[in-house]
Design a protein around this ligand. Structure first.
Ligand code: BES
Ligand code: ZN
Length: 621
C-alpha cells in the first residue's frame, strides 16, 4: 500500500492534532509528523520506535557485539515497521515476544539495508536478535598497543552521522527520539560506559546496566569499553580515562564545572544531569563527539596547559544545540554545528575573556576562507543549507556548517545587539527542547521572534541559501594576532629573533603565527624558527599539526620533522589533523610520500578517517 494513503487513512487523531498545529495544511495527504528523510529507510509516520532495551555481549576475541535490541513502538495501525541496518547479521525477529517474519532490502552502499518487520496493528514491541560483522563502520576494536596503557584492548563506537545502524538495528534518523536502557556484558577486567547514566567503578562480573531517560536521536547512541577509571571534577562533571591518562585528563579539564555553569547562565538549564568526558585512544576520528552525558574526546586535546579546552566547551554546547534541539535532517547540519561554534565561543568568552574568544573566532574566520577557496570550483558547497540527496552526509560535513554558521550568528548578534540575541537563543532552545528543527522552521522562528518584533531587516535567506559570504558579515579582529603577525615580519626582516617576545604566547597565537607564513617564507626560515623554538617537536598537537603542514608546503626537512610527521600520522587518527596533512602532501605533489606513510598508518584509523583518506589519495576498496 502506498505510504501517503496509509498515513492519511490510519493516522490517529492525537498524532493529527500534534502535527497540524505546526505543519501547514496545504495538502491533506502530506500531513506528517516526520519530515522527509534522505538517509534512512524508516517509515516513522507509520510506526516509530520510542524506547530501546539493548541486551548485548561484547566479545573482544571475535570482535563481535551480539544480542538483542527490543523496541517499544508507536504503532499507527501498521502492518510493518522498518528499521535501518548496515553490515549486521539478523538472526531472528519477534513481535511482542513471538517469532515474526522480516525481510532485508537491497543493499545500498551508503544507507545499508532496510529491515522490514511484519507486525500486527496492535503490536507494542519488536525484538531483533543480531550480530555485528567485521565490516561494521561504527566500531573500532583496538589492541592493547593502540591504547595509552598498552595493557588491555579497547572498543569505542561512533554513531554520527549514519553509523549507529552498523552496530544496532535502528530507525537511524535524527528526527527519531528514543529513551533507552541497556545491559552490556564485557570481559571482567574492562569497564563499559555509554551515552547514559554511567558506572563510576568496575563491576565484579563485567556486566553493566545503563539508563538514558531523556529521549535522544539514534546518532547519539554510544558505547566505550576499556580498562578505564573515573575521576570527578565536580558533583556533576568528571573524566574517564585509562590509568596513565586519568590525572592529566583531570587537570586539563578542571574547568568543566565552570563551563557548565557559564553555559547554563547563557542559555538555560543543563538538561542531562551529568556532564563527563572520556579520553579515548588517539585513533578516535574526531576531536570530540557530543554523546549525551558523556562526551567522547581525542587525547590530542590534552596539551598539559588547558590550551585546547575550547573543544570541551564545544561538545558541552551541543547539549543544547544538537542534543536538545536537533537538526531534523543532515541537510540542516549547520543548525547543529554553527550554533555550537557560536555557543562554544560564548562559553570561552565567559570563562577566559574576549581576547581568547576573538582569537578562536578569527581562526574560524580563516578556516572559512580556506574552505571557500577549496570549493571555488563548486560554490554550491558553500551554502549553509545542504542538498545531500544521493550523497553520504559525511560529504557535507566540512567547515562551512561550523564557520559560516558561526559568522552568520555572530553577524545576527551584532545586528540586533547581544541582549536581544541571547534572549532569543534562550527561548529558541526552550521552545524546541527535545525536538528537531529544519532550517525553514528556524527561519520562521527567527522572523517571528527576533527580526519582526524588533523591526530588523536581515538577509537571512542570502546567508542560508546562497554560496559565499554576504557583505554584511561581522568584522572580527584580534590585537594579539596582529602582534603575532608583526613578530613574524620582524623575524623575517632581521637575522635575530627576540625569543622573549613570544614568552607569553598562547597556543592560539602560535597557531596563527605558523599558519600565516608569507609567500616569501622558505625552508631556511623554518630552520631558523626551529632552532629558536623547536617547533618540530611541539608537544601541543594543534601547533605541531600546523607546523607539519608548513614543513610539507615549504619542503622543510630539518630537526627530524619528517620522522615526527610520520609518527604523528601513525599514532593519531583524528580526521581533521590527518586529512590536513595528507592534503598538504597531495597539494605539493608528494603523493608518493603520502602513500608510503598511509600504508603504515591506515590500519590504525577508524573507518570514517579511512574513508576520507582513501578518497583523497584515490584508493578504491
Ligand atoms: N559532532 C561533531 C563531530 C562529527 C561531525 C562527527 C560530523 C560526525 C559527523 C563534533 O561536535 C565536532 O564538531 N568535533 C570537532 C571539534 C570542534 C571543536 C570543532 C572535531 O572533531 O574536530
Ligand atoms: Zn560539533
Amino acid at each position: 500500500m502506498n505510504t501517503i494513503k496509509k498515513v492519511s487513512l490510519f493516522i490517529p487523531l492525537v498524532l493529527l492534532a500534534l502535527v497540524s498545529c505546526n505543519t501547514e495544511n496545504k495538502d491533506k495527504k502530506t500531513i506528517v509528523k516526520y519530515a522527509k528523510e534522505l538517509h534512512s529507510f524508516a517509515q516513522p509516520n507509520i510506526s516509530a520506535i520510542n524506547h530501546l532495551s539493548l541486551d548485548v555481549n561484547v566479545d573482544f576475541n571475535t570482535e563481535v557485539i551480539s544480542g538483542k535490541a527490543t523496541y517499544t513502538i508507536e504503532n499507527n495501525n501498521a502492518s510493518e515497521i522498518v528499521l535501518d541496518t548496515k553490515f549486521l547479521d539478523i538472526e531472528k525477529v519477534e513481535a511482542d515476544g513471538k517469532d515474526t517474519t522480516f525481510k532485508l532490502g537491497k543493499f545500498d552502499e551508503q544507507l545499508g539495508q532496510s529491515l522490514t518487520i511484519d507486525i500486527e496493528n496492535d503490536t507494542k514491541t519488536v525484538s531483533v536478535y543480531y550480530k555485528t560483522t567485521d565490516k561494521t563502520e561504527a566500531l573500532q576494536w583496538l589492541n592493547p598497543q593502540q591504547t595509552a596503557d598498552k595493557t588491555h584492548p579497547f572498543l569505542f563506537t561512533q554513531g554520527q552521522a549514519i553509523l549507529t545502524r552498523t552496530w544496532i538495528p535502528i530507525q537511524d534518523s535524527p528526527q527519531i527520539r528514543i529513551t533507552y536502557d541497556a545491559t552490556v556484558k564485557v570481559p571482567n577486567e574492562l569497564m563499559a560506559v555509554m551515552s547514559a547514566e554511567n558506572p563510576k567503578t568496575k563491576s565484579d562480573n563485567g556486566v553493566y546496566t545503563f539508563k538514558m531517560e531523556q529521549p535522544i536521536s539514534p546518532y547519539l547512541m554510544a558505547l566505550a569499553v576499556g580498562n578505564i577509571e573515573y575521576k570527578a571534577v565536580s558533583e556533576r562533571t568528571g573524566v574517564y580515562a585509562e590509568k596513565s591518562m586519568i590525572d592529566k585528563a583531570h587537570y586539563e579539564f578542571s574547568d568543566m564545572e565552570k563551563m557548565v555553569a557559564a553555559a547554563e547562565n547563557l542559555y538555560g538549564d543543563y538538561d542531562w544531569d551529568q556532564f563527563d568526558v572520556i579520553v579515548l585512544p588517539p585513533s578516535f576520528p574526531f576531536g570530540g563527539m557530543e554523546n549525551p552525558r558523556l562526551t567522547f574526546a581525542t587525547p590530542t586535546v590534552i596539551a598539559g596547559d588547558k590550551s585546547l579546552t575550547s573543544l570541551i566547551a564545544h561538545e558541552l554546547a551541543h547539549s543544547w544545540s544538537g542534543n536538545l534541539v536537533t537538526n531534523a535532517t543532515w541537510d540542516d547540519f549547520w543548525l547543529n554545528e554553527g550554533f555550537t561554534v557560536y555557543f562554544e565561543i560564548r562559553i570561552m568568552e565567559a570563562l577566559y575573556g574576549k581576547d581568547r574568544a576573538n582569537m578562536i573566532a578569527l581562526i574560524s574566520r580563516q578556516d572559512l576562507d580556506e574552505e571557500i577557496e577549496s570549493f571555488k570550483e563548486e560554490p554550491h558547497r558553500t551554502k549553509l543549507k545542504l542538498d545531500l540527496k544521493g550523497k553520504n552526509p559525511d560529504d557535507g560535513m566540512n567547515s562551512i556548517a561550523y564557520d559560516k554558521g558561526y559568522l552568520f550568528l555572530r553577524t545576527l548578534e551584532e545586528t540586533v545587539g547581544r541582549e536581544k540575541f541571547d534572549a532569543f537563543l534562550k527561548s529558541y532552545f526552550k521552545t524546541h527542547a527535545f525536538s528537531t528543527v529544519t532550517t525553514e522552521k528556524f527561519i520562521d522562528y527567527l522572523n517571528t521572534n527576533l527580526l519582526e518584533p524588533n523591526q530588523v531587516t536581515f538577509n537571512t535567506e542570502e546567508w542560508i541559501y546562497q554560496p559565499g559570504i554576504p557583505s554584511n558579515q561581522a568584522k572580527i579582529s584580534s590585537d594579539k594576532f596582529a602582534n603575532a603577525e608583526k613578530t613574524l615580519h620582524q623575524f623575517l626582516e632581521s637575522d635575530t629573533i627576540d625569543v622573549s617576545i613570544t614568552k607569553d604566547w598562547t597556543t592560539l597565537e602560535w597557531v596563527h603565527f605558523v599558519r600565516n607564513f608569507p609567500e616569501t617564507m622558505t625552508a631556511k626560515d623554518m630552520a631558523r624558527l626551529d632552532e629558536a623554538f623547536d617547533l618540530s617537536n611541539a608537544t601541543n598537537s594543534h601547533i605541531a599539526m600546523v607546523w607539519f603542514e608548513q614543513a610539507i608546503n615549504l619542503d622543510y626537512h630539518g630537526n627530524a620533522v619528517d620522522q615526527n610527521i610520520e609518527d604523528f600520522l601513525i599514532r593519531v587518527g583524528r580526521r581533521w589533523y590527518v586529512n590536513t596533512l595528507f592534503k598538504a602532501f597531495e597539494r605539493n605533489g608528494k603523493t608518493e610520500e603520502a602513500l608510503a606513510i598511509y600504508k603504515k598508518s591506515r590500519d590504525n584509523y577508524h573507518s570514517v578517517t579511512v574513508n576520507t583518506i582513501d578518497e583523497l589519495l584515490g584508493i578504491s576498496n
